[in-house]
Design a protein around this ligand. Structure first.
Ligand SMILES: NC(=O)c1ccc[n+]([C@@H]2O[C@H](COP(=O)([O-])OP(=O)(O)OC[C@H]3O[C@@H](n4cnc5c(N)ncnc54)[C@H](O)[C@@H]3O)[C@@H](O)[C@H]2O)c1
Length: 138
């Protein structure tokens, strides 16, 4: 099974990619690095089942090959990021979601949309633990 993970260089997208790869999936991560980090994916560089494509999902998406699932996690996710990138945040939640849906439609793939989290829920769930991939500006 092959999944496209939008926001694959982000907190949730990178951990989800790890999980899918561990279960034997092929993963194509898409990201424009607006809030994500290359370092979140560096440990996957030699994994033959993992591919990365730099892409802004708010622009029409071109993905080669079969896709079974489109998992849409691309979006800034913290209040400081929303304030820093207000237009990009609104665009990825609207146009980006439409583009991800159109990709799923074109590939006859199943589609999963992450639900926007709230600041309080995120802090409650994640606490303030800091690690190389849990860095969150709460
Ligand atoms: N972190 C949480 O606890 C949590 C909880 C519930 C829901 N969510 C939601 O899940 C989504 C992802 O959260 P996160 O914590 O992984 O955020 P994150 O900022 O760590 O990751 C988001 C990723 O999306 C990428 N991105 C943003 N706009 C893009 C675009 N136009 N094109 C391509 N890539 C783009 C960023 O570069 C980043 O790598 C958000 O919508 C968030 O609201 C997060």
């Amino acid at each position: 099974m092959r999944a496209v993970v939008t926001g694959g260089a982000g907190f949730l997208g990178s951990h989800l990619s790890d999980k899918l790869l561990a279960e034997g999936w092929d993963v194509l991560a898409l990201d424009n690095f607006i809030t994500g980090a290359k370092g979140n994916l560096s440990h996957l560089a030699k994994n033959k089942k993992f591919k990365f494509q730099k892409a802004d999902v708010s622009k029409p998406l071109k993905v080669a090959g079969k896709v079974g699932y489109v998992l849409h996690f691309a979006s800034p996710a913290s209040p400081p990021d929303y304030l820093k990138h207000p237009i990009a945040t609104m665009k990825v939640g609207s146009v980006g979601t439409q583009n991800a849906l159109e990709l799923a439609l074109a590939k006859k793939a199943k589609f999963f949309l992450r639900r926007s989290g709230s600041f309080s829920a995120t802090r409650r769930i994640l606490g303030t633990r800091q690690s190389h991939r849990a860095t969150r500006r709460l």
